[in-house]
Design a protein around this ligand. Sequence first.
Ligand code: FE2
Ligand code: FE2
Length: 136
Amino acid sequence: MGMFDWDPAYDIGVTSMNREHQVLLQLMAKLQAVCDAGAPKAAVLTAVDALAAFTVTHFRDEEALMERIGFADRKLHGIIHKQLLEKLDEHKRAFVASRDTVLAPAFFQFLKGWLKSHILGVDTKYATIARQQKSA
Ligand SMILES: [Fe+2]
Ligand SMILES: [Fe+2]
């Protein structure tokens, strides 16, 4: 099983966000595939940018959902999103500045940690409220 394969544990019970999380995983898998294939640096950067762009979309959609359901901790969740985007940009800039043509293992560790700690540890919190409202 690949590092970025969908794991049933990622199912937060909110269909629209599950779908976006699946796209995130696909973009991360693509990033790994491009690096594994020894693609030129420009191709790796294109894949990084695609992930970054969709992440902005996903965070915006998620923040709109939290607003709609009146999730109490949405401000904090938004701050965590901002930090994740900053961290992603930091990793990208380090890659651009380096002579490397493939992303450092630290980059992939960051992505993996993001999925584990954010989707499983943070997104699940608004998901509980979203599910309760649906069944209410
Ligand atoms: Fe999310
Ligand atoms: Fe989130």
